[in-house]
Design a protein around this ligand. Structure first.
Ligand code: PLP
Length: 418
């Protein structure tokens, strides 16, 4: 196949009109109006390169991978493994065998909880997380707590939504066996001080898992520079397909961890007496994977890199600053969290109006925002709200989207007589 259809185009800076033209759905009108998509933190829209890559797999080179000796299967396998190399380069992992394809970040964290957790955690051992984690980085550890009697420790954030690093430090103890934290918090947009966190962990020999679900689409990731032990992300937030994501793990950990799911592809040999497991990374990839999804994820990586993280980051930073300034002008609007370093996300409330009502009225203006707890109920509890309205930004958003949001919120105020 010509996944080369998704080959990078070099663009200096970020040409918003050209970017938008890459995303077919953005041309769609909703309720007769221009679509204003501000829910990329939940799932981002897909560029044509990704859509084409997935379609082309099925049209030109679809077969199961790692199994067939025939040409088509070898082609599919080559493209599948080429996508692994793209993800390796994206994260700057040392080796391709450190990249495991999974369904998404949720599956990646569960994999670590179930394999690392089962093998290396004993009753009374502690896993340290923060107060602003997604449920995907809370519940797997609670399940392990119920199964194995581990202890879950939770580091607090301050009223702005920034991590209290002193409190975090004080929660690290002799029984801390794993630190598992978001790189960027999904409900508030807080960029956590992951370098400092890894530094504290390194001094004490504690492995660190970083949940990069809300980071990898906004900033370059270098797992070697970060020196984390695990890094996870979901493809669908990186402009790739849903149902596919990646777990990076240092080879020395992945080698020692037992497999999670058993089945095809993860074995070297099977008898009824004994099974020998496959080598990395396939030891963790039991069963037929999301072949076309993985290859299209490779196309998403190509796409993001063709735009360039410098261009993406400077565009989005400027846009977030503009959004915060413009939203601040709305009376009765309250930001939920005002983190020092923010990425991609703004959570807000209008006094006296339920977030779901806000989102419903905005929808009539073709503005898509998320209202709810954002799979981060403990964050809501911390800020004393049942839910927030969350506007989240991708590389295709512009000032016009922010202006539409502000106008939409003023309409909400009118409706509610605020
Ligand atoms: N972690 C964070 C920080 C997230 O934002 C999300 C999704 O919103 C997840 C984990 C779970 O991702 P997925 O549902 O793609 O597995």
């Amino acid at each position: 196949m010509t996944v080369s259809a998704a080959a990078p185009r070099v663009r200096p800076g970020l040409d918003l009109a050209a970017i938008r033209a890459d995303f077919p759905i953005l041309a769609r009108r909703v309720h007769g109006k221009r679509l204003v998509f501000l829910d990329s933190a939940a799932s981002a829209q897909k560029p044509r390169a990704v859509i084409d890559a997935e379609r082309e797999v099925y049209e030109t080179e679809y077969a199961n991978v790692h199994r067939g000796v025939y040409w088509l299967s070898e082609r599919a396998t080559a493209s599948y493994e080429a996508a692994r190399e793209k993800v390796r380069r994206l994260l700057n992992a040392r080796e391709g065998r450190e990249i495991v394809f999974v369904r998404g970040a949720t599956e990646a964290i569960n994999l670590v909880a179930q394999t690392f957790g089962r093998a290396f955690l004993a009753p009374g051992d502690e896993v340290l997380i923060t107060e602003v984690e997604h449920h995907a980085n809370i519940v797997p550890w609670q399940m392990l707590r119920d199964e194995k009697g581990i202890v879950l420790k939770v580091a607090p954030v301050d009223d702005e939504g920034d991590l209290d690093l002193d409190a975090f430090r004080s929660l690290i103890g002799p029984r801390t066996r794993l630190i598992s934290v978001a790189h960027v918090a999904n409900a508030l947009g807080t960029v956590l001080p992951v370098e400092a966190i890894v530094g504290l962990a390194r001094e004490r020999g504690i492995p660190v898992l970083l949940d990069g679900c809300q980071a990898v689409q906004h900033q370059p990731i270098d797992v070697q520079a970060l020196d984390c032990d695990f890094y996870v992300f979901s493809g669908h937030k990186l402009y790739g397909p849903s149902g596919v994501g990646a777990l990076y793990g240092k080879a020395e950990w992945l080698e020692k961890m037992p497999p999670w799911q058993g089945g095809g592809d993860m074995i070297r040999s099977v008898t009824f007496d004994k099974t020998e497991y496959n080598e990395l990374p396939w030891k963790f990839e039991a069963g037929t994977p999301n072949i076309a999804g993985v290859i299209a994820l490779g196309a998403a990586v190509d796409y993001v890199q063709s735009v360039g993280y410098d261009a993406i980051a400077s565009h989005e930073t400027e846009l977030l600053g503009y959004a915060v300034r413009e939203l601040s002008k709305i009376n009765s609007l309250r930001f939920i969290g005002r983190p020092r370093r923010r990425s991609g996300v703004i959570s807000l409330a209008l006094e006296g109006v339920h977030p779901h009502d806000i989102a419903t009225i905005l929808d009539r203006e073709a503005i898509c925002v998320r209202a709810g707890h954002h799979c981060a109920q403990p964050t809501m509890t911390r800020f004393g709200v049942p839910a927030t309205v969350r506007a989240s930004f991708g590389l295709y958003n512009g000032h016009d989207d922010v202006d539409a949001l502000v106008a939409g919120l003023r309409k909400v105020q009118e409706v509610f007589g605020l």
